[in-house]
Ligand binder design. Structure first.
Ligand code: ZN
Ligand code: FE
Length: 256
């Protein structure tokens, strides 16, 4: 059993503390900064034993060295990111398992946003930490990968159980949703979800985590089979990666 705490930092990042009750170990996922994370752990009485990084961007690793110096924790990062993860002790990739107390996470390689990006899947707890690969109603930009690669990565995440909770690294949901409505305005589940998102945000509440089931039903980046999306982006045919790529390109130019 894991306890998960969400810490909002910077303008729209989420850092997560994952605590294993059994052995008192605690991991931090993608510490953008150190101070609010150390404060939260202290308040909770949790000793940080691990950092899990999904990729090398500064808003995901900025707190690594300070947290490591303060706690002596072990830094685990993607094998495919070379030396870009500050303080890395252990490099992981597809098929590796990360152990936290009695819990464990499968490492899933999800290149596209960056070339070595990984996700951590705690299957028994149905918790997915996917960094900047899959967002609530969106997906990460293709900084270091192709649409084909990102589609292959998202396809791995799509195959997880629908009840999986998606702990992504940013509160981008409302802006993502405006774009989603522009490509699939007649999806009633999307319209209903956006109403909920708008009211959550109006109350200053997080819209993350979502569930994979919600994403499958409403996230345009997971829905290349939708005839409405295919019509909007002007790409149809048998290749889902081509439709995905067209949706991604349209989002890059979208000014909502
Ligand atoms: Zn990033
Ligand atoms: Fe980020």
């Amino acid at each position: 059993m894991l306890e998960i705490q969400q810490i909002p930092v910077l303008s729209d990042n989420y850092v997560y503390l994952i605590h294993s009750l059994e052995r008192g170990q605690t991991a931090v996922v993608d510490p953008a900064v150190a101070a609010p994370v150390l404060d939260a752990a202290k308040r909770l009485g949790w000793r940080i034993t691990h950092i899990l990084n999904t990729h090398h961007h500064p808003d995901h690793v900025g707190g690594n060295l300070e947290i490591k110096a303060e706690t002596g924790c072990r830094v685990i990062g993607p094998r495919g990111e070379g030396d870009a993860i500050p303080g890395v002790d252990e490099r992981v990739g597809e098929g590796d398992t990360v152990t936290l107390g009695a819990a464990s996470a499968a490492v899933i390689e999800v290149p596209g946003h960056t070339r070595g990006h990984v996700a951590y899947w705690f299957a028994a707890d149905r918790a997915l930490f996917c960094g900047d690969t899959l967002f609530a109603l969106g997906c990460g930009r293709l900084f270091e990968g192709s649409a084909e690669q990102m589609w292959a990565s998202l396809s791995k995440l799509k195959a997880l159980p629908a009840e999986a909770r998606v702990y992504c690294a940013h509160e981008y949901t409302q802006a993502n949703g405006r774009f989603a409505l522009s490509v699939e305005p007649n999806n009633p589940l999307l319209v209903a979800r956006m109403r909920r998102v708008d009211s959550q945000r109006a109350q200053g509440r997080p819209t993350v985590p979502s569930t994979l089931g919600d994403e499958l039903a409403t996230n345009p980046f997971l829905r290349p089979d939708s005839p409405e999306i295919q019509r909007t982006v002007g790409v149809s045919g048998p290749d889902p990666a081509a439709v995905f790529g067209a949706v991604r390109a349209r989002k890059d130019g979208f000014r909502g």
